[in-house]
Design a protein around this ligand. Sequence first.
Ligand code: MG
Length: 195
Amino acid sequence: MVFGLGSLFSALLDHSTGTRLKTKSNQRPKTEDQISMFRIGIGNDTHRLVEGKPLILGGVRIPFERGAEGHSDGDALTHALADAILGALCEGDLGVHFPDHDPQWKDADSLQLLARVCWLARERGFNIVNVDANVFLERPKLREHVGAMRDNLAKVLEVDAGYVSIKAKTGEGLDAVGRGEAVSAQAMVLLSGEK
Ligand code: MG
């Protein structure tokens, strides 16, 4: 059986997004001029851990004696994700949009920054398909907080939490993360939009 390009891309869409973007039976199939366009982006971020600062990751405040130094709330995971989305859009990085010398972003809630980046993505005609992220922190263990982080980020991204993956890693005693001096995060994101 021979499929046209439109059928092939419609099938890919259904496979990658599950029921969320499935074509309804009463909708006409997409033509080749309406096929979806995908963009991927990558982001990473590192913050020094210091006393007297809260440790916030994915919008969750983690009980710990040290936290992330930074102009905003120092949420490395949310920053990495926002950078990944900006990268997919070819819109520079977080520092371009929220300069760390601008007092309006002092102690800013990074989920609010992420919400602004998501708004920009939608303005450009893109939706979030899925996210995969790693957080590198020697201690404390993050496993019990991962569910709340996924829920927070999914709410801002306007996707189901099943499309937001977060893995908690350590530095195995090596480098700044391993010595407990830093928290680091990396994220990849897939966006879809129509041509
Ligand atoms: Mg940062």
